[in-house]
Design a protein around this ligand. Structure first.
Ligand code: NZQ
Ligand code: ZN
Length: 386
């Protein structure tokens, strides 16, 4: 096992009817900016619950943060933070609203002129404006990690940021919020969390037995609950397991002491930036070609995953590893998620070259657990995903 340090300061408040506990978490003297997305919270009652809990809190609202949170819109929110002397942020939403809030937490204390530099220059935030979250969509794990991904339409870019100052102070996870989520977004959440685990697992063995089994247990849980989550009727038990699995998939725990990959996400973000494809679906597009292309480097882990997660016990290591890739693709398809770029756009010619060029321009010359995935290899992988 590799050396590691682990600190996750986010307080999780999990369970039925926990939104009312908001009032116990926000400091009495805070001037709060309540941030939300396109309005789903006004239709499903979450907004009302939050407002009731904030009855004695001095707060202002900012709605309209879109999926794949957009820099220009966030800059409008930053103006509100400055104009109203806001001291505390409250995100009520999915990964997009929470990520947008993390950007604002960093931008509010940033001393440079252009907050976009936080993303392009990889400026880590050691201490941001404090914020809490009410999670409305399990998927990203953003509610218990310190990373964010921000989009800039103007330049068709989607870049990541983070730092130890960007953990939420608290996150409220009430599985009942899942009732109103469209099945398309449930499928996205399952696929995103599943791929988060794969990115931290499908590398090479360092004999980290516990981390491997943490990872496998999250994958097994997601596979087990997926059919129930996609049914029409709401199932609180499955919803609870779904929500907690998504959080555990990317709160830092399973990646400690092990090599991680994250190349699928790096390539996937470009597909969202270029074509607006949902984040989770971009991952489903890239995964199989990434694993096929890097088969030799990953086959031991692929075979272990095949055995322990998919119960593939016949054949050689190579056979099991190939079968495991097929099972993964079939899992995405069982969620109703297409796994080829051409399923989403007819305009894909040249995409691989464009992504490889972007990575070269940014100096991303070696991605993956061996830092060996050059832009040329990225080009080949993306092309395989057409
Ligand atoms: O905007 P509203 O009206 O709220 O609607 C949202 C949005 O349209 C809707 N929704 C959310 N909760 C709902 C609901 N609809 C009905 N009932 C509810 N309870 O769902 C739509 C998608 O929301 P969004 O927040 O965009 O989805 P998700 O949570 O999948 O977040 C995706 C973003 O997170 C980033 C992605 O790149 C993408 O920008 N990620 C963040 C990560 C992180 N911070 O650690 C890691 C991930 O890998 C990912 O990159
Ligand atoms: Zn993701």
């Amino acid at each position: 096992m590799n050396n590691f340090e682990f600190k996750n300061p986010t307080k999780i408040i999990f369970g039925k009817d926990t939104i009312e506990k908001l009032k116990e978490e926000i400091p009495a003297d805070a001037k709060v900016l309540l941030l939300y997305g396109g309005g789903s919270i006004k239709e499903n009652g979450i907004y009302d619950g939050v407002k009731t809990a904030l009855a004695n809190v001095d707060f202002t609202e900012f709605g309209g943060i879109p999926a794949n949170p957009e820099y220009e819109i966030l800059m409008d929110a930053l103006k509100v933070i400055k104009a109203k002397n806001i001291t505390y942020l409250l995100a009520v939403g999915g990964g997009s609203v929470i990520d947008g809030t993390k950007f604002l937490s960093a931008a509010a204390v940033y001393e440079g002129d252009t907050p976009w530099d936080i993303l392009t220059q990889n400026i880590r935030t050691e201490k941001g404006m404090p914020f809490g979250t009410v999670l409305t969509l399990p998927a990203t794990g953003s509610e218990m990690n310190s990373g964010a991904v921000i989009t800039r339409k103007e330049t068709r870019e989607k870049l990541a940021m983070g730092g130890p100052g960007l953990f939420p102070k608290f996150s409220i996870l009430d599985p009942q919020v899942i009732k109103s989520i469209p099945k398309r977004q449930i499928a996205n959440g399952l696929a995103d969390a599943f791929t988060h685990v794969l990115e931290q697992y499908m590398t090479y063995s360092v004999d980290a037995k516990l981390q491997d089994r943490f990872a496998e247990s999250i994958l097994l849980t997601l596979i087990e609950i997926a059919p129930t989550m996609l049914k029409e009727e709401f199932d609180y038990k499955a919803a609870s397991n779904f929500m907690w699995s998504c959080t555990m998939a990317l709160n830092g725990l399973i990646q400690k002491g092990v090599p991680t990959d994250w190349a699928i996400h790096a390539m996937g973000h470009e597909l969202t930036a270029l074509y607006g494809i949902d984040h989770a679906r971009t991952l489903a597009i890239i995964t199989q070609s990434h694993y096929k292309y890097n088969f030799e480097a990953k086959k031991e882990k692929l075979a272990q995953y095949g055995e322990r997660v998919w119960d593939i016990n016949e054949g050689s290591v190579d056979d099991k590893a190939h079968a495991a890739i097929e099972k993964t693709t079939a899992f995405f398809k069982s969620l109703g998620i297409d796994t080829k770029l051409s399923d989403y756009t007819n305009d894909y010619e040249g995409t691989a070259e464009e992504i490889a060029k972007r990575f070269t321009d940014r100096g991303w010359l070696g991605l993956g657990e061996h830092q060996s995935l050059s832009p040329e290899k990225v080009r080949e992988i993306v092309e395989m995903a057409y």
